[in-house]
Design a binder for this molecule. Structure first.
Ligand code: NAD
Length: 314
C-alpha cells in the first residue's frame, strides 16, 4: 500500500501496517519528514509521482492522509498517474471528500475512511503504531462503493487493530459534527473564556484540561475539518447554542440549571452503556449489502473480523 502524507495519521498508519506485515511505502512533501521516516526504517520518498507510479505498477491500495485543502491536488496526481488503484482516505469529513473524488473522476475505486483516533500533535514524529488499536474506523458504504475495494479498506483497518463502523458519508458527517467538530468549537470557546479571567489558569485542573484538550490541535487542522463540514456543523452548533441559551435563561429566571445538567448527564450515561454488537452475518457484495451494513452501523454494530465476500471461497 502507498500512504500519501506521513503526518500523525499517515505516519501511524505506515507504522501499524508495517507492523501487521504489509508492504508499505509512502510520500511526504517535506524532506525532513522523509529523512526521519527512512531513519526509522520505512520506505518513503518526497517524490509524489515516483510513489504513485510504483503504486500503479503494484496495483497498491493508495491511502490519502493529507488535510482536506490538499486533497484536490493529490487527487489530480492520482488521476494522472494511478487512476486504477484502489483508493481510500482518512479525512475527518466524508461528504466534501466524496465531492472532490467525484470531480476527479476517481469514484469507482474509492471507498472513504475515517479512523476515529488522534492526538493534538502533528507530523511524522507524532505517529504511533498503536494509535488505532481499539478505535472505531469508519469505512463508507455509499451507493457507489465496490465490494472488492471495500473489503481491502476494511482489512487495512482491521490490520491496524481498529474496529470497523460501516456508515454512509452523510450520516458520518452529521455524527462527526456532533461528536468532534462541535466539541472542537466549544473547547476553543472554553479556552478563550478562561483565558480572559484573571487567576483562571492558575487554578485550572482536570475539568479545564479535559474540556479544552482538543483546543491544543493545530488551528489549520481544526479549521479544515469544521469548515469542510459546515452543512452539518451549522445545525449542530445552533442546537448547542440553543441548549446553552435556555440554560442561561433558566439560571437567570429560576436560579437552576437542572434541565441541561440532568439531560446532559442522562445522555452521557447512555453513551457509557452503549453496546457494540459484532456484525457477522452480512455477505459483502450481495443485494442490499451496503444498506444492511449502514443500518447495522447506525445501531452501534462493529466489524471485528473480515466479512465473507460474495464469490470468494472461505
Ligand atoms: P499532520 O499535519 O500530522 O499531517 C498532514 C500531512 O499532510 C503531512 O505529512 C503534511 O506534509 C501533508 N500535507 C499537508 N499539506 C500538503 C500539501 N499541500 N501537499 C502535500 N502534502 C501535504 O495531520 P494529520 O493529523 O495526520 O491529518 C491528516 C488527515 O487525517 C487529515 O485529513 C485529518 O482530517 C485526518 N485525521 C486527523 C485526526 C487527528 O486527530 N489529527 C484524526 C483522524 C483523521
Amino acid at each position: 500500500m502507498c500512504v500519501v502524507g506521513l503526518g500523525l495519521i499517515g505516519g501511524s498508519l505506515m507504522r501499524a501496517a508495517a507492523g501487521a506485515g504489509r508492504e508499505v511505502f509512502g510520500y511526504n512533501r517535506s524532506v525532513e519528514a522523509v529523512a526521519a521516516a527512512k531513519f526509522d526504517g520505512f520506505d518513503a520518498t518526497e517524490n509524489l509521482d515516483e510513489a504513485l507510479r510504483r503504486a500503479a505498477d503494484l496495483n497498491a491500495l493508495i491511502v490519502l492522509a493529507v488535510p482536506m485543502p490538499a486533497l484536490p491536488q493529490m487527487l489530480d496526481h492520482v488521476r494522472q498517474t494511478a487512476p486504477l488503484c484502489p483508493l481510500t482516505d482518512v479525512t475527518s469529513v466524508k461528504g466534501a471528500v466524496l465531492d472532490e473524488v467525484r470531480r476527479a473522476d476517481l469514484l469507482p475505486n474509492f471507498v472513504g475512511g475515517h479512523p476515529m483516533a488522534g492526538t493534538a500533535h502533528s507530523g511524522w514524529s507524532a505517529g504511533d503504531a498503536a494509535l488505532f488499536t481499539g478505535a472505531a474506523w469508519v469505512v463508507s458504504v455509499d451507493d457507489h462503493v465496490d465490494a472488492r475495494v471495500w473489503s481491502l479498506v476494511t482489512q487495512l483497518a482491521l490490520d491496524c487493530h481498529a474496529v470497523v463502523v460501516p456508515a454512509r458519508s452523510d450520516e458520518h458527517d452529521a455524527a462527526a459534527a456532533a461528536i468532534s467538530h462541535l466539541p472542537h468549537l466549544f473547547a476553543e470557546a472554553l479556552a478563550v473564556t478562561a483565558g480572559e479571567v484573571p487567576l483562571a489558569f492558575a487554578l485550572a485542573a482536570g475539568s479545564f484540561r479535559d474540556g479544552t484538550r482538543v483546543a491544543a490541535t493545530a488551528p489549520d487542522l481544526v479549521r479544515a475539518m469544521c469548515e469542510a463540514n459546515a452543512d452539518q456543523l451549522l445545525p449542530a452548533l445552533e442546537h448547542g447554542i440553543e441548549l446553552l441559551t435556555r440554560a442561561k435563561k433558566a439560571l437567570a429566571d429560576t436560579g437552576s440549571v437542572a434541565d441541561l445538567v440532568e439531560t446532559g448527564h442522562a445522555a452521557r450515561m447512555r453513551y457509557d452503556s452503549f453496546s457494540r454488537p459484532e456484525i457477522m452475518t452480512t455477505v459483502v457484495g450481495t443485494d442490499n449489502w451496503r444498506a444492511e451494513l449502514a443500518a447495522a452501523g447506525r445501531a452501534g454494530g462493529v466489524i471485528r473480523s473480515a466479512l465473507p465476500v460474495l464469490g470468494n471461497p472461505g
